[in-house]
Structures are given as structure tokens and as C-alpha cells.
Design a protein around this ligand. Structure first.
Ligand SMILES: [Zn+2]
Length: 157
């Protein structure tokens, strides 16, 4: 089932522009309507056999394991290295939720894949979990669903 572009999504898209919440914006070079971006990633997650909640849950789990390193890389069994870097400041959700998300960069390296790595943020976890939004193509923190699934190896339901 396809979602429809709504005034709420139009408002969210405005918040995703460069300079609104973050300097580079959330969409990278992606010119598709927000509803199409959401639809495409929703379909990709389903094809992979996951849910947004399962991917976000795995991101959160590895974040919690990595936070023990207080900024240093931590080994997380069976073959992950996780570094959690906190930066000063907080960001609001572009979808207009109340509340602020700490600026935290979480980098997960999969040592069984030659160190293939992905970096995501606390806001990114929230946007995936609540909105199924992985950011636009070319965005600095785009968390491509296939890359997330490949690197983080979340368990299937
Ligand atoms: Zn939100």
C-alpha cells in the first residue's frame, strides 16, 4: 500500500532542507517527494525480511553496548567494533515531534566483513523507528536499509 503526500509530510520536508535543522539537511541530493522516499525504503525493508522496529532495535542495542567505551571503540561479540561519540547539542525531529535528540554518532564496524562500517545517530534511530525514514540518497547520515541489515546483522523475527 502506498502512502500519500500530506500537509504533515510537506511540513517535514521543509524541516529537512539544508540549514533548517542541520546544515546539510536530511535529503542529500535526493529530489524525490518525501512520500516516495518513505515508500521505497519501506518496500526495501520488507524485501529484506525486516521491520523498521527490528532495524531500529538493533541500532539501539549496539549503541548501548558501544556506550560503555565512553568515546573509545568497544568490541561487541561476536565480531563488531562500536564507537559512540557524543557531540554537544541536541536536534529536534523534522517530523515535528516534541523533544530533542542528543547529537551522537554511533559507528559500527563489522570485523567479519573486512571492517565494513556504518555511522548513524540517535535522531536516525528515532526517525527509522517512528517514521520509517532513513534519510535521502546522498545524505550524510543516510542509513540505507540494505547496508544496515548487512552490517548490523539484526536477528529476523
Ligand atoms: Zn519524530
Amino acid at each position: 500500500m502506498s502512502m500519500k503526500q500530506t500537509p504533515a509530510l510537506d511540513a517535514a520536508r521543509r524541516q529537512m532542507r539544508p540549514g533548517a535543522i542541520v546544515r546539510d539537511g536530511f535529503l542529500g541530493a535526493d529530489r524525490r517527494p518525501l512520500v516516495d522516499i518513505l515508500d521505497a525504503d519501506d518496500a526495501a525493508v520488507k524485501r529484506l525480511g525486516y521491520t523498521h522496529a527490528a532495524l531500529a532495535g538493533r541500532m539501539r542495542e549496539l549503541r548501548a553496548a558501544g556506550a560503555r567505551g565512553l568515546g573509545e571503540a568497544v568490541c561487541v561479540p561476536p565480531h563488531f567494533e562500536v564507537r559512540v561519540d557524543s557531540v554537544r547539542g541536541k536536534l529536534p525531529c523534522p517530523f515535528g515531534h516534541p523533544g530533542l535528540y542528543p547529537k551522537t554518532n554511533i559507528t559500527v564496524k563489522n570485523l567479519a566483513q573486512g571492517g565494513r562500517a556504518i555511522t548513524y545517530t540517535d535522531l536516525g534511530i528515532h526517525m527509522i523507528e517512528e517514521h520509517g525514514f532513513y534519510e535521502g540518497r546522498g545524505a550524510r547520515f543516510r542509513a540505507d536499509p540494505a547496508e544496515l541489515a548487512r552490517i548490523l546483522e539484526p536477528p529476523r523475527a
